[in-house]
Design a protein around this ligand. Structure first.
Ligand code: ADP
Ligand code: MG
Ligand code: MG
Length: 253
């Protein structure tokens, strides 16, 4: 049993006018095998949390801690975070011209585990994972993210997660830009990883629809850079019916 623990996290983003505080004291604990949905209105800081965990240089941690079983995550480089078992899709470059999906995945797997996977078994694993995600085998030979559609980016993200077998996965807006069929396939991929491993999932989303496919154990509502309310799956149902108005009006007063 592992725990990813975020304590009183304050983060500022670098802007032309100087650093702008976005996260204002985030507290969150994710255990192995748990799925936590982070929901909230646009601009509430959800992606800032994901980028901060990923170690994006634009996001400055001004106070607070992030630990993985007591280890200081914030002191780790991006690569070290991946080796520690954190999966953050956005930690990778947006486009990697000339590097095929197939080579990229093998390099990432080697970086995470410390040794190159045996080629024959690896090729089979990649093929199976791509099959499961209904991806055309030709996709493996394309350059990473070059000309990927929104749906292809999301499938590639889940493909990485299936193959890298992380301890904790942070998925930011995995549902955005997906039609219903793609949403179901991508969700099934996440559920497969959940069923076959003890992965802890932080599922960041503005909309409730992905939560019909991926059942959260806990729901945290983000408003104005911190968790404003927490509950079980019923909180997502409530948000589906009522939206975020209740939180926004209380945030203004
Ligand atoms: P969410 O993912 O919940 O929609 P974000 O974390 O993307 O929210 O953004 C939170 C707030 O931080 C917004 O007000 C946004 O405008 C601001 N912000 C985020 N990144 C930057 C940036 N690079 N430069 C300026 N403002 C930013
Ligand atoms: Mg966002
Ligand atoms: Mg499980």
């Amino acid at each position: 049993m592992s725990t990813l623990e975020i304590r009183d996290l304050h983060v500022s983003v670098e802007t032309k006018e100087g650093p702008k505080p976005i996260l204002r004291g985030v507290d969150l604990s994710v255990g192995s095998g748990e799925t936590h949905a982070i929901m909230g209105p646009n601009g509430s800081g959800k992606s800032t949390l994901a980028y901060s965990l990923a170690g994006h240089p634009k996001y400055q941690i001004t106070s607070g801690t992030v630990t993985l079983d007591g280890q200081d995550v914030l002191a780790l480089s991006v690569d070290e975070r991946a080796r520690a078992g954190l999966f953050l899709a956005m930690q990778y470059p947006v486009e990697v011209p000339g590097v095929s999906v197939s080579n990229f995945l093998r390099t990432a797997k080697t970086a995470v585990t410390g040794e190159a996977p045996p080629l024959r078994a690896w090729v089979k694993d990649v093929r199976t994972a791509m099959d499961n995600l209904r991806m055309d085998p030709a996709f493996a030979e394309r350059s990473v993210n070059e000309g990927f559609s929104g749906g292809e980016k999301k499938r590639h993200e889940i493909l990485q997660m299936e193959l890298l077998k992380p301890r904790f996965a942070i998925l930011d807006e995995t549902d955005s830009g997906l039609d219903v069929d793609a949403l179901r396939i991508v969700s099934e991929g996440v559920n497969r990883v959940k069923a076959t491993s003890d992965v802890g999932v932080l599922l960041i989303t503005h909309y409730t629809r992905i939560l019909r496919y991926i059942k959260p154990d806990f729901v945290h509502v983000f408003v104005d850079g911190k968790v404003a309310e927490e509950g079980g799956p019923e909180l997502a149902d409530q948000l589906e019916n009522e939206g975020y108005d209740r939180f926004l009006s209380s945030a203004v007063s």
